[in-house]
Design a protein around this ligand. Structure first.
Ligand code: SF4
Length: 446
């Protein structure tokens, strides 16, 4: 049996697409390899949202070249935001790659499989999985192996990522994503519901609906359904236990969505709401489309309507021209807002973006690092205080797996929880009494 290994760098959207690619490969008779060394086919799903991520991609491509030199039969497929529209140029630079396909361009992947003499069930293109006994092949396989794999299709991870919208129309000045993923394209809601139903049938208990901007969902579909409509429909699905979604855009998040979060039982109390800067002039230069005051008002509304909400945010430090005072505004807003989680990144210019063309990257690296450290230090203290309040209480945890001899999973508010128990908790809800807390996780009984 041939084995595949998917190497994912980047965001939840990439992780979701890697899950879809795994689904295609499973259907074609491949089996997931436990390590890169065991793989006959490697898919590298890339991110170039920051320079550091792009460097990681280049390093990984170099490593894969070495592997291919040793094992010329190894197939290497590359997707994600590294793959721009100049695939010929990329192919020339990386001749050891067998296929480069743009993010979400599964028809290209399938066409590649077809060229290799395979056929594919068209339902896969819509994320609709055939019944386990269907005969589906993406790559040439012998029937015996295909049957063997199909027979094992069944239970999935309890938590799945489901892409609902591809691309982004926002063109924030620093962001490369719209240039690589293109304009927004929503998946029809029937297709999403069908995929979630199938995931649930195969054992998934929690879905996270993902997109670069889930608040734009549906504006390009007939009847203009929105995310709140989709959540309502999924909330009624039997055996689905939890629903999450990300990422939101403060400019586009509607009151209707906040009310849906407050009223729908399965929608978890967690929101990813990127702030990016605590200074209005920087937000303007970033072309974010909201002010600090509007952000705060939205966060206040969410907290008033969903009191248990945990708020996560993203921040960029060292944007071109960011003065000490402007950075201090970001720092003091983090102090004031008391987010549960802050993902902070140092600005790096990305090719093609407005910021890289119009602004000079004039904040020294050491200053960026110092600002990043200050945000992280402050947030560690805040997260530690927030989490310590949960000590002695109970949280509902959906067990996702085992790590270091303990079960782990997430609470509804997205806190990572570890607990020990001899029973089999995979995919089950456990009520855990919190006996230990840290800024990053909670611990139940040992
Ligand atoms: S909303 Fe802005 S930061 Fe997010 S993907 Fe779109 S352009 Fe990039």
């Amino acid at each position: 049996m041939q084995h595949y290994f998917i190497w994912t760098i980047g965001c939840q959207m990439n992780k979701a697409e890697s899950q879809q690619i795994a689904g295609y490969l499973d259907s074609a008779g491949y089996q997931a390899a436990t390590s890169l060394a065991d793989a006959d086919l490697v898919v590298l799903n890339t991110c170039v949202v920051r320079e550091s991520a792009e460097n990681k991609v280049l390093g990984t491509l170099g490593l894969l070249k070495g592997l291919k030199d040793e094992h010329p039969d190894l197939q290497i497929l590359v997707t994600g935001c590294f793959v721009n529209s100049h695939t010929r140029e990329l192919q020339r630079r990386f001749p050891h790659v067998d296929l480069l396909f743009r993010p979400g361009d599964f028809p290209e992947l399938i066409a590649w499989g077809r060229k290799r003499g395979a056929f594919v069930d068209q339902r896969l293109l819509g994320g609709v999985y055939p019944e386990p006994d269907s005969s589906v092949a993406l790559f040439p396989q012998n029937d015996k192996r295909r049957r063997a794999r199909n027979d094992t299709r069944g239970a999935l991870s309890p938590c799945a990522l489901v892409p609902i919208i591809q691309g982004c129309d926002n063109f924030c000045s620093y962001c490369i994503v719209p240039y690589r993923r293109g304009r927004e394209v929503s998946r029809p809601s029937e297709e999403i519901v069908c995929e979630v139903r199938e995931l649930v049938r195969r054992g998934t208990k929690e879905v996270t609906l993902v997109g670069q901007n889930v608040d734009s969902y549906g504006h390009d579909l007939p009847g203009r359904p929105d995310l709140a409509d989709l959540l309502k429909e999924l909330d009624g699905m039997d055996h689905l236990v939890r629903i999450r979604f990300l990422t939101n855009h403060p400019k586009d998040m509607s009151l209707k969505l906040v009310e849906a979060m407050a009223s729908l039982n399965k929608v978890c109390e967690h929101l990813e709401l990127p702030l990016q800067s605590g200074d209005n002039d920087i937000l303007k230069a970033m072309r974010r489309g909201y002010t600090v005051e509007q952000y705060k008002e939205l966060a206040h509304t969410v907290r008033a309507k969903v009191p248990q909400i945990s708020l996560s945010t993203d921040l960029i430090v060292g944007f071109p021209g960011e003065t000490d005072e402007q950075f201090e505004r970001s720092l003091s807003l983090v102090r004031e807002m008391r987010f549960d989680v802050v993902h902070v990144a140092a600005y790096s210019p990305r090719p093609d973006t407005v910021a890289s063309r119009e602004y000079q990257d004039n904040i020294p690296v050491e200053v960026k690092k110092e600002r990043l450290n200050k945000i992280e230090e402050l947030q560690t203290t805040i997260a530690s205080q927030i989490n310590s309040k949960l000590l002695g209480g109970t949280v509902e945890v959906l067990a996702e797996g085992r790590k270091g001899g303990k079960w782990f999973g997430r609470s509804r508010s997205n806190k990572l929880v570890f607990f020990e128990d001899a029973g089999d908790w995979l995919g089950r809800l456990a009520i855990i009494q919190i006996e230990k807390t840290s800024p990053w996780s909670l611990g139940g009984p040992n």
